[in-house]
Ligand binder design. Sequence first.
Ligand code: 3PG
Length: 399
Amino acid sequence: MKNLDDFDFNEKRVLLRLDLNSPVIDGVVQDNERFAAHSETVKELLKKNASVIIIAHQGRPGDKDFVSLEQHAELLSKHVKKKVKFVSDLFGDCALSEIAKLKPGRALLLENLRFYSEELVEKNFENTVMVSRLSKACDVFVDDAFSVAHRVQTSIVGFPKVMPSFAGRVMQREYAAISKAISNIERPYVMVLGGSKPDDVVKLLKHALSAGTADKILCSGVIGELLLLAKGEDLGYKSKWLEQQGYTKNLPELKTLVEKYSDKLVLPTDFALKDRDGIRLEVLLKQLPSVANTESSMPGDIGSKTAYLFDSAIQQAKTVYYKGPQGIFEEPAFELGTRSVLKSIASCKGFVLMGGGHSLTALDKFNVSKKKVSHISIAGGALIAMLCGESLPGVEVLQ
Ligand code: 3PG
């Protein structure tokens, strides 16, 4: 992909695609790492004396977080340390007149792309009114939205077909870093999978095992528990809870994986739960049916023995992918697993790739410096897709 070093942006009108899709709580858009990361690309283009016209999306039609980008402009201005003007139009006369007036060294943010049905058409992207009008109003396209590169949407695949197009710094960094975890991998490659949402993790696990990418996969959180169930273990009340949540639908598939790849999977051997006073109590896997047989005594973390097993594997790794956390680390009784695995990762000498908002929150909580992690991805679905060997339309079209 050509990048910001490959073009003279001086006095050019740059159409810049960012991913500012953020959590929205009670109508308030939450500041997050995406604003910080993309602001670097915006600042660099402004410094190169370009006029920067930003396009981005928020939420999906019909969802509660499907809101205007007005608040995003304020948050982005804070990170860029310069006013990013919000324009409540995307490719109408109002937007075009604002673009025409925009001076070099200034930026504006247009309205939510997904408010316009053309963003979500299924073909002929380059023939949409959106692409036709914005490509004429701007000189070049810069795509910094790696985290939307798995989507075939107009703003991602339409503009590069009709304009000179470049990868922004976030796109460039994300692609280069994640590539290290999919090809020419330095071995041993250890994956640390946890968290409470198993769907993406199951997909990744299947791929990593069948394609032979990872040498060891350390499983905790819901995926660790599901694999234990697949092995025939009894987790006390937790077994019932996993079924109630609908997570056991993948069990037949996981059973096959556990049987075929037992040498690669490292599963929890002990757990932590809370006693009646809310104090952490560690028990062996075999004890769960007798001591963790009510909802309030369900395990919420791995135990120290498991953390030790994980540490040994992480210390030998030359490549690590971490998608955590190991337990409900927001609760003091369940901090230990995530804290100790993150500390192991911080002292590991290999290349470490990390993804997911929870992992970042945990790094901050346990004072683990982000500098100890080689790359922290701000992508969700696109990261998983790339790790699963899928091609990314947004990257392909730039290439
Ligand atoms: C994300 O938040 O992962 C990206 O913005 C993609 O969002 P989408 O899943 O709604 O396409």
